[in-house]
Design a protein around this ligand. Structure first.
Ligand SMILES: *Cc1c(COP(=O)(O)O)cnc(C)c1O
Length: 376
């Protein structure tokens, strides 16, 4: 039987019941379930603020745009970022006409604080840290650099739903963290995301920015009833980036299962680790000691990645690669050659199947194939 990298697990009847409520009420848009989901997310994570969006990608754009306008950053100012990420993280910088500056990664595949320090200039305004696979890496050292220099920390927490660091949910100490609830993330909806600011004013403002700059949400206007529903003001040229109640309805259900699902992902990781123990051809990407990872990914490194990938595909096992070095893309060629660790990792990494339908027997089959085909 074929084993895919990701297969989302939806609690179908419960999701349909939540969606049914939206349909019966005649409320599928902003407000209603989106408010409920924001409250549930805050209660779950302990984060102070949360605003539900149509994706993580738009959240990263909003984060940068909000800070740029708030602090008067100029076009061309710099944001330090990683080449090992989904392009969303880096597109967000370009959307706001800022300059991505690529720093290298360490063995965790997250940003290396030494490389980050070497890239800081008097034009550095923010750092985008990606907690790859749910791992926190050496984030706290990068955060310390930000604090010393008044640089904003933007945590791309797309992989981090359910990641805890010393018992606290990821994001509690970032200026802003942005989560993804895209179809194959740990908390899958279809497409949506959450933006969580540290500062209460930023949370107020992002609610306007995500709804075209309008200063009241539709639901609040409807609830207030009567005349004057249309009497909102438009305070700035915002975007249409907010989430909707159908996605939030699915999110509310999926959130209940997130910890249980992540515990199973950690179990899968433990099985993979045990089965790879004592061999030299396969390097495992280590999780930081203080981090209880969401285990969005289980990544290994091998010398003959492309060959191994094809061999596994022959056996109907379909792993993934997270990610191709972004400086290989034409849009980010400016960073080419600056991040040798990321570049090498990009040719060696492989993400093994991680989802609720992978069994212990599957992990045994996968690891024995990997051991068979990995080169010395
Ligand atoms: C999935 C992902 C995103 C984008 O999330 P969307 O919700 O699909 O916009 C951004 N960054 C990383 C690291 C991701 O994996």
């Amino acid at each position: 039987m074929a084993i895919q990298l990701f297969v989302p697990n939806f609690r179908i009847d419960e999701c349909l019941a939540e969606i049914r409520e939206c349909l019966e009420k005649g409320w599928t848009g902003l407000g209603f379930k989106t408010n409920q989901f924001e409250e549930a997310w805050k209660a779950y994570t302990g984060l102070q603020h949360a605003h539900f969006l149509s994706s993580n990608t738009v959240g990263l754009h909003l984060a940068i745009e909000l800070f740029k306008t708030k602090f008067g950053w100029a076009d061309g100012d710099e944001v330090i970022t990683t080449p090992l990420t989904f392009v969303s993280s880096n597109h967000a910088i370009l959307y706001s006409r800022l300059t991505p500056v690529f720093a290298d990664v360490d063995d965790s595949l997250c940003l290396d604080p030494d490389s980050v320090a070497a890239r800081i200039t008097d034009k550095t305004r923010a750092i985008i840290f990606v907690g790859i696979g749910g791992n926190i890496g050496r984030y706290h050292e990068v955060l310390a650099l930000c604090k010393e220099r008044g640089i904003k920390m933007i945590l791309d927490a797309a992989h981090m739903a359910g990641t805890r660091i010393e018992g606290r949910h990821a994001g509690y100490d970032a200026d802003v963290s942005v989560f993804s609830f895209q179809a194959v993330k740990n908390l899958p909806t279809a497409d949506s995301g959450m933006i969580c600011f540290q500062d209460a004013d930023d949370d107020v403002r992002v609610r306007k920015m995500s709804w075209l700059g309008i200063n009241k949400d539709t639901y609040a206007r409807t609830a207030s009833q009567g005349a004057y529903k249309w009497m909102y003001d438009v305070e700035e040229v915002g975007f249409k980036y907010h989430g909707n109640s159908i996605m939030a309805a699915i999110g509310l259900v999926q959130l209940k299962y997130l910890d249980g699902d992540n515990a199973y992902r950690r179990q899968l990781a433990t099985w993979y680790e045990e089965q790879f123990a004592g061999q030299s051809k396969i390097r495992l990407v280590k999780i930081a000691k203080n981090c209880e990872s969401s285990r969005h990914l289980f990544q290994i490194r091998v010398k003959n990645r492309d060959e191994l990938m094809l061999a596994l595909n022959e056996h109907e096992v379909y792993p993934g690669v997270h990610y191709r070095d972004n400086t290989e893309y034409r849009m980010y060629a400016s960073g080419k050659g600056q991040c040798p660790n990321a570049h090498l990792a990009s040719s060696e990494i492989l993400s093994l199947p991680m989802h609720m339908r992978v069994t212990r027997a599957d992990t045994e089959r996968i690891t024995s194939l990997v051991r068979q085909y990995a080169a010395e």
